[in-house]
Design a protein around this ligand. Structure first.
Ligand code: KMH
Ligand code: ZN
Length: 267
């Protein structure tokens, strides 16, 4: 089965002080998405920043960023509704009104590094229902085993009807599952039949656990949101080297890379 590669260019946490190649403004993000598209990414996971480079759910910045990406390439856009720890849920959820092809849905609240990631059950359900109404495909972000159960409860309640369900297994966030092979396999074993899934491996274990996800038949995500480094001590000079590496890994494992059309058809 071909591999959908998602590029996660920016995220909510890192700054240009951490990695000068981190794209934060709409043109910078669109440029690096386009580079990733050219080497095989078919989905762009998009976080936006304000003029001071802080995470924001500003609808105009999001719209401009989506337009700048679409001007350059037909990659599928997955807006983050996680946005950033400091942004209230009521602002985050409005982003889906822009009707991106996909958006993330984080099913549970949790500690997140030194902060708190608030996803109260009633708010999550409201957002899930709105995504369903708008035809925005959710990517369910699973940071712990209980998050998967919460997502499956939404499905059982008829709130998530679009098959196949799409999951990210997030490993290595402080407050969520540790980045271990055992945790990955435990979660993969519990996924529903015929779903679409990828690994999001944060930090040092990014390469190994992304490779494991590919070997187990999953999709892959790459980019500076998940790791700023190509290897210990070597910053990645933008998103391209990370995406290229994952594309090469997939090919080495005899997994062809999905085009935008293939990814869209599968969903
Ligand atoms: N930053 C990742 C750990 C989201 O954007 O909604 C999780 C993520 C969530 O990508
Ligand atoms: Zn994100």
């Amino acid at each position: 089965m071909s591999v959908t590669i998602t590029v996660a260019t920016t995220g909510p946490i890192a700054s240009k002080a951490d990695n000068a190649w981190l794209p934060t403004q709409p043109d910078e993000i669109a440029e690096q998405v386009h580079e990733a598209y050219k080497v095989g990414a078919s989905v762009a996971h998009v976080h936006i920043r304000d003029a001071q480079d802080q995470p924001t759910a500003d609808i105009d910045i999001a719209r401009i960023t989506m337009e700048k990406i679409a001007e350059r390439c037909p990659i599928l856009i997955q807006l983050s509704t996680g946005v950033g720890l400091s942004v209230p849920f009521e602002e985050r959820e409005r982003l889906v009104e822009l009707r991106p092809q996909m958006a993330t849905l984080n099913p549970c609240s949790m500690s997140f590094g030194a902060g708190e990631f608030r996803n109260p059950p009633a708010d999550v359900e409201r957002l899930a229902r709105r995504m369903e109404e708008l035809g925005v495909k959710p990517e369910l972000e699973i940071y712990d085993t209980g998050h998967l159960e919460a997502a499956l409860r939404l499905r059982d309640a008829g709130v998530l009807s679009g098959e196949p369900l799409q999951f990210s297994i997030v490993l290595g966030i402080r407050g969520g599952m540790a980045a271990t092979a055992t945790n990955l396999i435990t979660l993969v074993d519990r996924l529903p039949q015929d779903c679409v899934w990828q690994v999001i491996a944060i930090g040092r274990a990014n390469l190994e656990l992304t490779a494991m996800g590919l070997a187990l038949g999953g999709n892959a995500r790459a980019g500076l949101e998940d790791t700023l480094y190509l290897r210990k001590g070597e910053l990645s000079q933008g998103n391209l080297p990370l995406v290229q590496r994952v594309a090469e890994l997939a090919k080495a494992l005899d997994r062809p890379i999905a085009s935008v059309e293939e990814t869209a058809d599968r969903l």
